[in-house]
Design a protein around this ligand. Structure first.
Ligand SMILES: *[C@@H]1O[C@H](CO)[C@@H](O)[C@H](O)[C@H]1NC(C)=O
Ligand SMILES: *[C@@H]1O[C@H](CO)[C@@H](O)[C@H](O)[C@H]1NC(C)=O
Ligand SMILES: *[C@@H]1O[C@H](CO)[C@@H](O)[C@H](O)[C@H]1NC(C)=O
Ligand SMILES: *[C@@H]1O[C@H](CO)[C@@H](O)[C@H](O)[C@H]1NC(C)=O
Ligand SMILES: *[C@@H]1O[C@H](CO)[C@@H](O)[C@H](O)[C@H]1NC(C)=O
Ligand SMILES: *[C@@H]1O[C@H](CO)[C@@H](O)[C@H](O)[C@H]1NC(C)=O
Ligand SMILES: *[C@@H]1O[C@H](CO)[C@@H](O)[C@H](O)[C@H]1NC(C)=O
Ligand SMILES: *[C@@H]1O[C@H](CO)[C@@H](O)[C@H](O)[C@H]1NC(C)=O
Length: 281
């Protein structure tokens, strides 16, 4: 992109372009005097995975270098763990160039007929924790529900799967909690949300061993951490490092540059870029 614009510019204003290239080149030999920039520039290793970069953070890599939802728990010789509220996912494979990761729910058996405590702590799970992958959907597991026998017969978990509770058990996507389903979440004392692949839903029946199998399976997630064109790519093209604005309550994107951070791209490039586009146009 930058090269393309420089080329167009060169055809129209060769002298200006040569100066521009000289300025661009000279700005890239300064000191790295921004602490966040220095911290985030380093390679990041976590357990058995090495050379990790944005959006991952955790271990000795500060949050400013990453994106919310991509924190890793690192342990020597182990695969990294991604905590999402109280659910935990093991990151078993990662391809950073294609932005694909393979996850597996840790202790998946615990979520079939769980104890009250476990359920309370995992109800806030948001499928967007892993970015905007539309191939994920929430699986709601609802236990100990006080409802008439005729309610949602097709979404019942077989009663033999959970004898701990007197009420009945259900599974379903977020639709199951819409008023038209006849089931309100306050009717169930134990509730859990777990993100699973959309195509897995078709296989679900109320059978316990099948539920266990589905929760145990590895699944691939494409971690698109921004919608539409990648702001991170634009930041990197301006010689910046992608990061997060920690003073912002929404943890917005931040482009870390040698001297100081900018909202989207590093300033030197940004100013020259706008100027170049004006000259060409
Ligand atoms: C780490 O990844 C970057 C690209 O993300 C690559 O340029 C570099 O060669 C890698 N370093 C090692 C030691 O694998
Ligand atoms: C990662 O994905 C890219 C693009 O899809 C592919 O060319 C590459 O072989 C993959 N790397 C690994 C280690 O699987
Ligand atoms: C869990 O939630 C139930 C119902 O909402 C509540 O009665 C119970 O005290 C909670 N338990 C814990 C440990 O928070
Ligand atoms: C199941 O729900 C009933 C009715 O809401 C409640 O009285 C009971 O304490 C619950 N059982 C457990 C084990 O939480
Ligand atoms: C609902 O089902 C339970 C057990 O399956 C049975 O004991 C009970 O009588 C049924 N209630 C009604 C109203 O059909
Ligand atoms: C549950 O599914 C497994 C494997 O698909 C099957 O062997 C088993 O008989 C099923 N159990 C019930 C109660 O349907
Ligand atoms: C996930 O992706 C990997 C590598 O691209 C592939 O080998 C594997 O079969 C995929 N797994 C699933 C469950 O789709
Ligand atoms: C970070 O966020 C704060 C609060 O929204 C804002 O005032 C500040 O300008 C942002 N920093 C940058 C470099 O964009």
């Amino acid at each position: 992109m930058v090269a393309h614009i420089l080329f167009l510019l060169y055809q129209h204003h060769p002298i200006i372009t040569i100066f521009l290239v000289l300025i661009l080149a000279s700005t890239s030999y300064g000191e790295d005097d921004n602490k966040d920039y220095r911290d985030c520039k380093k390679h990041f290793n976590c357990g058995v995975l090495s050379n990790l970069s944005y959006p991952f953070w955790g271990g000795d890599r500060p949050e400013v270098c990453g994106h919310k939802g991509f924190q890793l728990k690192c342990e020597e010789g182990q695969l990294p763990i991604i905590p999402s509220d109280k659910l935990e996912f093991r990151l078993s494979r990662l391809n950073q160039s294609s932005r694909l990761m393979t996850l597996q729910l840790v202790n998946s058996k615990d979520y079939i007929c769980p104890t009250q405590n476990l359920a309370n702590s995992s109800t806030e799970s948001d499928i967007h924790v892993f970015g905007y992958d539309l191939n994920l959907q929430n699986l709601n597991l609802l236990y100990n529900c006080t409802v008439p026998n005729s309610t949602l017969v097709q979404n019942r978990i077989s009663s033999s799967a959970c004898r701990k509770y007197s009420g009945s058990s259900f599974y379903g996507s977020d639709d199951i909690l819409e008023s038209s389903s006849g089931l309100h979440q306050t009717q169930c004392s134990v509730r859990i949300k777990i993100p699973i692949p959309v195509e897995t839903f078709r296989r679900l029946t109320g059978n316990r061993s099948e539920l266990e199998q589905v929760l145990r399976e590895e699944f691939n997630v494409s971690y698109k951490y921004d919608q539409g064109p990648s702001i991170c790519d634009a930041c990197m093209a301006s010689k910046g490092i992608c990061g997060t604005n920690l003073t912002d309550p929404n943890r917005e994107f931040l482009c870390l540059c040698r001297d100081q951070p900018f909202p989207f791209v590093c300033k030197v490039c940004f100013v020259l870029f706008v100027w170049a586009i004006k000259l060409v146009g």
